[in-house]
Write a protein that binds this ligand. Structure first.
Ligand code: AMP
Length: 510
C-alpha cells in the first residue's frame, strides 16, 4: 500500500464506503462519513482560531471516537496532537503542558486541573462543533517531516519527554503494518485497548482506519474489572488483537477466552514488553486459527521496527521469543559501549536507523543529543535495549541496559532471571528485583512470583520446590536469595509489568 497522505487516505474511505463503521465503543458506533465530517468541522474551527502556526494541540480523553476525530482534525488543520489519557496523574498533565507548550487544548473529557493561558475547547463546545457541519478544505495539513503526533514517555524517573513523530515517520510504520510481513486484511474488527497516549495504540487505530476496518474500543472501565472484561470481549467479534502481552495474560485468566468464543480472531499483535513462550503457547493452544506476532520497538522509532510470527516451531526452538526481523526500510545495528558494531551473536545495544526514527524530543535538545544520532545521513536512535543478531538476521532481545545489575561481581540481566524462573511448573509469572545498599550497590536479588495453583503448605516449601526444579537450568549466582509471592504483578498505566515500580517498592522508595 502506498500512502501519500494519511488523512486523505482515510477520507477516501468515507467517499466510497461512508456507511462502514469506523469506531464502535461498546455499541455506540460512528461511520467513516461521520469521522470525515466531524474532523473536517473541527479542523475548520481550529483554523478559525488562528493559533500559532504548527504549534501542537493537546487532546485529552479516553477510549472514545471523539479522540480519534480530534487527532485527525488537528493534523488536517496543520497541527500535531499530543494525546493525553484521562487516567493521567494531574502532575503529568502539568508537566506535559509546561514542556509541550500546546497552543490549544481539546478536552474530550473534562480537564481535572485549571489551565490558564491556553485556550480550551470544552466537551460541550466540541460536541457543538461536531454537530455543525462546517465547510473545510485541507490547505495546510501536516505533511512530510512535520510532526503528526507527540507522545510523552511514561517518565517513571524524571520529567516526561515528548517524542516527535512526523507524518513520514508514521507512513513508514503504517506501510509496514499493512505490507507483507503481517496478514492484515481490509475491513478487520480490531481491538482498541491501549490508551491513546501510549504509542502501542497507533498499531491498532492507524492501520485499521487506513484499511476500512472497525475499531472496537475497550474503555478502561470495561478492561479493569475482570467480570466485565470477560463478558465484553466475545461481544466485540474481533478479528485482530493488539495489546501488551500482559493484557493478553489478563484475558487468558478466563478459560472461556478461546477460538470457540472468538471464531474470527485470526491475529494477535504484541509489542511493548517481553512476550513469554508461556503466553505464546497458551494462545496457540486456545486459538488454533490465529497467528501470533511479536513486534519490538521504542516510541522514538514509531511503535515497532521488528517483528515475526511466533509459530510452534519458534517456541520449540527458542527459550525466549525472538523479536523478529527489522523492517525493510530500516537498519538495526548492535553496538558496544563505544559505538563499535558487534558481530553475530554478540550482545550489544540496539541502534535503530531509518525513516521511522523520530527527529528527537520536543523542546529538549540535551536529551535529544544524548539519545539520537545521524548515521549516513539517516536519523538514528540509541535504544538502551540489549540484543544479539543471529546468522539468519533474527534479533534476540536481551533486556534493558538499565535492568542489568552486578551482584558479587557477576553481570545479571533481570529479565533473564525472570524468564528462567518462568520455566518452573509452579510459576505463572515472575520478575527479579534487586535490593540496593546505601551505596547503591546491589546486595540481594529478590524474586516476586505469581504462583500457579499448588498444594504446598507453606511458601518456603514452594520456594524449595521451584529452586530444586531450576537447579539444572539456572546458574547458581542468578538464583534469587529471597522469594516473595503475589496474587498478581502490578502494571503501569500502559499495561506493562511495572518493574521500575517494584524496584522502588522493595527499596523503600514507593
Ligand atoms: P515504549 O517506548 O513505551 O513503547 O517502550 C519501548 C521499550 O519496550 C523498548 O525499548 C523495549 O525495552 C521494550 N519492548 C518493546 N517491545 C518489546 C518486545 N517485543 N520484547 C521485549 N521488550 C520490548
Amino acid at each position: 500500500m502506498i500512502i501519500k497522505n494519511i488523512m486523505a487516505a482515510i477520507d477516501t474511505i468515507a467517499q466510497t464506503q461512508g456507511n462502514t463503521i469506523a469506531y464502535d465503543e461498546l455499541g455506540n458506533t460512528h461511520t467513516y462519513e461521520q469521522l470525515k465530517n466531524y474532523s473536517n468541522s473541527l479542523a475548520a474551527f481550529i483554523e478559525n482560531l488562528h493559533i500559532t502556526d504548527k504549534a501542537p494541540i493537546m487532546v485529552y480523553g479516553g477510549q472514545q471516537f471523539d479522540m480519534i476525530a480530534s487527532f485527525l482534525a488537528s493534523v488536517k488543520a496543520g497541527h500535531a496532537y499530543i494525546p493525553v489519557d484521562v487516567n493521567s496523574a494531574d502532575e503529568r498533565l502539568t508537566d506535559i503542558i509546561e514542556i509541550g507548550q500546546p497552543a490549544l487544548i481539546i478536552a474530550v473529557d473534562d480537564l481535572p486541573i485549571a489551565v490558564t493561558g491556553v485556550p480550551v475547547i470544552s466537551k460541550t463546545q466540541l460536541s457543538d462543533v461536531f454537530n455543525t457541519s462546517i465547510e473545510f478544505e485541507m490547505t495546510q495539513p501536516v505533511i512530510g517531516d512535520e510532526n503528526f503526533y507527540i507522545i510523552f514517555t511514561s517518565g517513571t524517573t524524571g520529567k516526561p519527554k515528548g517524542v516527535q513523530i512526523s507524518h513520514d515517520n508514521l507512513v513508514s510504520f503504517a506501510s509496514w503494518m499493512l505490507g507483507e510481513t503481517f496478514n492484515w486484511q481490509s475491513g478487520s474488527n480490531v481491538l482498541s485497548q491501549p490508551p491513546y497516549s501510549f504509542d502501542l495504540s497507533v498499531m491498532d487505530w492507524v492501520p485499521t482506519l487506513l484499511s476500512r476496518g472497525t475499531l472496537k474500543a475497550l474503555p478502561k472501565v470495561a478492561a479493569d474489572d475482570f467480570k466485565t472484561l470477560f463478558k465484553t470481549l466475545p461481544n466485540l467479534q474481533l478479528n485482530k488483537w493488539v495489546s501488551t502481552p500482559s493484557f493478553a495474560d489478563v484475558a487468558l485468566l478466563d478459560p472461556e477466552f478461546t477460538q470457540k468464543n472468538h471464531p474470527n480472531l485470526d491475529g494477535f499483535f504484541f509489542c511493548g514488553e517481553v512476550l513469554t513462550s508461556t503466553t505464546a503457547q497458551k494462545l496457540l493452544d486456545r486459538f488454533p486459527e490465529a497467528k501470533i506476532y511479536n513486534t519490538y520497538g521504542p516510541t522514538e522509532a514509531t511503535v515497532a521496527v521488528t517483528g515475526l510470527e511466533i509459530t510452534k516451531d519458534i517456541i520449540a526452538n527458542h527459550d525466549k521469543m525472538p523479536i523478529g526481523y527489522v523492517k525493510s526500510d530500516t537498519q538495526i545495528m548492535i553496538q558496544d559501549n563505544d559505538g563499535v558494531a558487534l558481530s553475530e551473536d554478540e550482545t550489544g545495544e540496539i541502534v535503530i536507523v531509518g525513516p521511522s526514527v523520530s527527529k528527537g524530543y520536543l523542546n529538549n535538545p540535551e536529551k535529544t543529543a544524548a539519545a539520537f544520532t545521524v548515521i549516513d545521513g539517516q536519523q538514528g536512535y540509541k535504544t538502551g535495549d540489549l540484543a544479539t543478531r543471529d546468522a539468519n538476521g533474527l534479533l534476540h532481545y536481551k533486556g534493558r541496559g538499565d535492568f542489568q545489575i552486578k551482584l558479587h561481581g557477576f553481570r545479571i540481566e533481570l529479565e533473564e532471571v525472570a524468564q528462567q524462573l518462568q520455566q518452573s511448573q509452579w510459576v505463572e509469572q515472575a520478575v527479579a528485583v534487586p535490593r540496593y545498599d546505601a551505596d547503591g550497590k546491589v546486595k540481594q536479588l529478590l524474586a516476586i512470583i505469581v504462583a500457579k495453583n499448588n498444594n504446598f503448605e507453606k511458601p518456603i516449601l514452594l520456594t524449595n520446590a521451584i529452586k530444586l526444579e531450576l537447579e539444572n537450568i539456572m546458574m547458581p549466582y542468578m538464583v534469587p536469595s529471597r522469594f516473595m509471592y503475589r496474587e498478581a504483578l502490578p502494571l503501569t498505566p500502559n499495561g506493562k509489568i511495572d518493574l521500575k515500580g517494584l524496584i522502588s517498592e522493595v527499596n523503600g522508595n514507593a
